[in-house]
Design a protein around this ligand. Sequence first.
Ligand code: HEC
Ligand code: HEC
Ligand code: HEC
Ligand code: HEC
Ligand code: HEC
Length: 456
Amino acid sequence: MSFREAFFNKFFTLRNLFFLFNFLVLFMFLYAVLKDVQREWKDYQKEYKRLEISKIKEKMNRGESKDILKDLLRSVRRRPLEIKQILATDLKRVDRCLTCHVGYDGLTNASLINGFTEHPFAAPKNKIHDKHPFDKYGCAICHEGQGLATTFVGAGHMPKDEAQKSEWKKKYKWHVVEFWEQPMKAGPLIYASCNKCHESHPDVEGMEIVKKGQQIFRESGCIGCHQVRGEGGTIAPDLAEETSVKPLTRIDFGHAVTSGLITKEERTLENWIRLHFTTAPTALTPGDPEGHLSPDSKNPQPVAPTGMPYFGFTPEESESLVAYVTSLKKEMIPYTYRIPAAKTPEPQFASSTAHGRYVFQKYGCGGCHGKNADSGIPVFNKQGGRAPDLVKTVGTFTRAELVKKIQEGVNPEEKEDIKGPTPPIYMPSFKDRIKGSEMENLVTYLQSIAVKDEVW
Ligand code: HEC
Ligand code: HEC
Ligand code: HEC
Ligand code: HEC
Ligand code: HEC
């Protein structure tokens, strides 16, 4: 018998194949069981059980009411390990965070206070948790993250600082979940979520950070360029309708990554927004001023760098702005869950000049001309290189000329370098947006601040 025949007659028989595949299936089955037994969350539930049992036994040893404790012990021991989820139907959310955060489960831990300080069981009395029943709200409506996930990394936990980050990397092999748009909000940034329902409630505890950001936003004149829900300047994106819900695929992180401002794993919307305050935005969006990237090299089309100025905010101011901008995100939330803010009364002013200054701030003139109209921002390739310091120039215009400038705006025609790109910033036309007493008093304010004793 040749080797070939022997092989096929003796070993490679249907019968042997049948055995072989049986073993394979058995092996796969065992592997699946093993995988299932080892699920990350099971360890947390087992550990929680162990802690509960040892506490109950402790009490029994102290001679506290034995019968009740015995029943309790039995029920704790019998409790199966299982995936727990909250179906917050009104809010259309399914959150499985309780699968690990067992201490936050009202059934397991009726008082929602336990003494288990080991993460993730530490369930302290938290005023905010108290006010929003978990079975109606779930978790991710406030914390964000991936409600359905049952792994630490998958849930989208975000560290609040570098120390926690390196600790998590070691402990949980932590990284950002790629392409998950809503990682959890770390630290005080969670208060940006409250705005979904507590609409711009400055009096809600914890929301101070959002309020502070809103104040900086107003004082810095961001609205001169940006819109918020359709109101404001049209030179830059609508921070509510566009930026706060921007999909990651529409963000160009290229320059931020190549210039080392962030690492690839840090590409989140929150970081993108933050970078606009902590670094010069031109480093993020440098454009192509020389037109090198133009498809037609004979007729290059230069692109100006972004017109967003660098404000030089402190880290604290930047965080407040991040909280404010991210708080602008709107979700479909049933009206019964929403608490509108009380209407703030129109402010009263002592003089027409004071009202004019308010109008100057309201429309964001300061975003380009400086908070006090005395420091125009740099404008790429504009003649003179910057927006005018109004205090120096308004004295040379009549009232009617000022009204005309504000109503009609100025087209960015005068380039410093004729071949260079069109300046990204220009004097917008305010048309009828500013009229009546607002226009009157704005012009009065501008004339009042004109530097008079300038030597020409
Ligand atoms: C696989 C288990 C697991 C799941 C699922 C899970 N968590 Fe956690 N969570 C943990 C652990 C473990 C910690 C403690 C981390 C540490 O070591 O500091 C934690 C910590 C936290 C913290 C505190 C972070 C801090 O700064 O200390 C918050 C908030 C949190 N989780 C919220 C959530 C939310 C919301 C969900 C659901 C979207 C969720 N978790 C799902 C295991 C889990
Ligand atoms: C109404 C909003 C809201 C909901 C809903 C909510 N949380 Fe929180 N949670 C907060 C706030 C606010 C804090 C406190 C953050 C801070 O100031 O540090 C917090 C803190 C925490 C912490 C950190 C506690 C610590 O010791 O640092 C954990 C863990 C946590 N929540 C888990 C959950 C889980 C799990 C759920 C769902 C069962 C949930 N939260 C639902 C708002 C909420
Ligand atoms: C999904 C909507 C929703 C979100 C998100 C939400 N809340 Fe609430 N919150 C409510 C509603 C509705 C009430 C009123 C509950 C009631 O009166 O029974 C409330 C009540 C409260 C109260 C009690 C007010 C009072 O007068 O007793 C506080 C404080 C509070 N929320 C803070 C927060 C904070 C802080 C956040 C963000 C971390 C937050 N909420 C997120 C809907 C929400
Ligand atoms: C002089 C006009 C101007 C002012 C003032 C201005 N920005 Fe911008 N900003 C821009 C432009 C233009 C962009 C778009 C960048 C690009 O892609 O070219 C931008 C981009 C942004 C982005 C990223 C938007 C996105 O969708 O990618 C954020 C966030 C932002 N600005 C916030 C602010 C805040 C907050 C202020 C006030 C402190 C402010 N900006 C003031 C012009 C301005
Ligand atoms: C997006 C940036 C931007 C905003 C917002 C803006 N300006 Fe201007 N403004 C400019 C630029 C740039 C010029 C210079 C135009 C030119 O001559 O090329 C200018 C010119 C002017 C001038 C003419 C002064 C001069 O020296 O030529 C006046 C007056 C003026 N702005 C007032 C205002 C007022 C009032 C507001 C708010 C209602 C405002 N601007 C908002 C950018 C801006």
